[in-house]
Design a protein around this ligand. Structure first.
Ligand SMILES: Nc1ncnc2c1ncn2[C@@H]1O[C@H](COP(=O)(O)OP(=O)(O)O)[C@@H](O)[C@H]1O
Ligand SMILES: [Mg+2]
Length: 257
């Protein structure tokens, strides 16, 4: 059965897209069939995998709007086993377009269902907002991973997000579970990082992944080359950390967290 994981945090720049790309790549490398859906109008998941936006008509936008078929909007990437449903500028209008649409909370789920049989994992990269696109991701997903940067207000933001996720579970998607909180751009040299980590682990306990993603220049360089950090520099600390997270993800899913 397909596992659907959303990467959500209303804050931008916390590592959602980087995590989605590198986890997708890690899972594909162990022969899983993976679809990455880019729900951010900025389209960073696509560009991070080497796609030039204007060069292809495929987009998740028409799929959500019901004007295009999901199967017609999937592209193969250079990574064997990894496909992407890219975003487009038009997606920026989706928040407003969805407002008075029928079935507005479930449009993504209903549109993607015909693809479920072709994948082991569908990863949903959310925009940095708790609007209709993220809501659609969280009604489609059965698991959510929350990437979190260790900084002063980390706990505040995540508490708000977790309450939101609970609300969505109650109202729209009883299947939704928090698979884990992932600490990203971790830099042990900063007291702030260590304090934030202690707070988050105290509050969320085992929900926090054991592995942390270090701040690593190779990870930040990779997108400008259009390849995942795992391909750009396999031995970098960042790439190796993402491989360990993938192992934790698979273990948690097998245990049924
Ligand atoms: N572990 C890391 N080390 C260094 N830079 C990182 C790391 N993770 C992400 N970045 C960089 O931080 C920026 C924000 O990351 P991104 O994944 O795009 O966040 P989001 O999708 O949450 O907005 C990007 O420029 C990315 O390359
Ligand atoms: Mg992003």
């Amino acid at each position: 059965m397909v596992e659907i994981i959303a990467f959500a945090n209303q804050k931008g720049g916390v590592g959602k897209t980087t995590t989605a790309i590198n986890l997708a790549t890690s899972l594909a490398s162990i022969k899983k069939r993976v679809l990455l859906v880019d729900l951010d109008p900025q389209g960073n998941a696509g560009t991070g995998l080497g796609f030039v936006r204007a060069a292809h008509p495929q987009s998740v936008y028409g799929v959500i709007m019901g004007t295009a078929k999901a199967a017609d909007n999937v592209l193969s990437t250079t990574i064997s086993g990894l496909h992407i449903m890219p975003s487009s500028i038009a997606l920026a209008g989706a928040e407003v377009d969805l407002l008075d649409m029928e079935n507005r909370e479930y449009r993504l789920r209903d549109a993607l269902m015909p693809l479920y049989e072709f994948y082991d994992y569908i990863l949903l990269d959310c925009p940095p907002a708790l609007g209709f696109l993220t809501l659609n991701a969280l009604t489609t997903a059965n698991n959510v991973i929350i990437p979190l940067q260790c900084e002063f207000y980390a706990l505040e933001g995540i508490t708000h997000l977790v309450n939101n996720i609970r609300g969505i579970r109650e109202k729209w998607n009883p299947e939704l579970e928090i698979l884990g909180v992932l600490l990203t751009m971790y830099d042990r040299r900063y007291g702030q990082t260590r304090e934030a980590e202690a707070d988050v682990r105290n509050t969320f306990g085992n929900a926090v992944f054991t592995t942390v993603i270090p701040r690593n220049v190779r990870v930040s360089e990779a997108p400008s080359h259009g390849i995942p950090a795992l391909v750009y520099d396999f031995n970098s600390t960042g790439a190796q950390a993402y491989l360990r997270v993938a192992t934790e993800v698979v273990e948690r899913l097998e245990k049924g967290v």
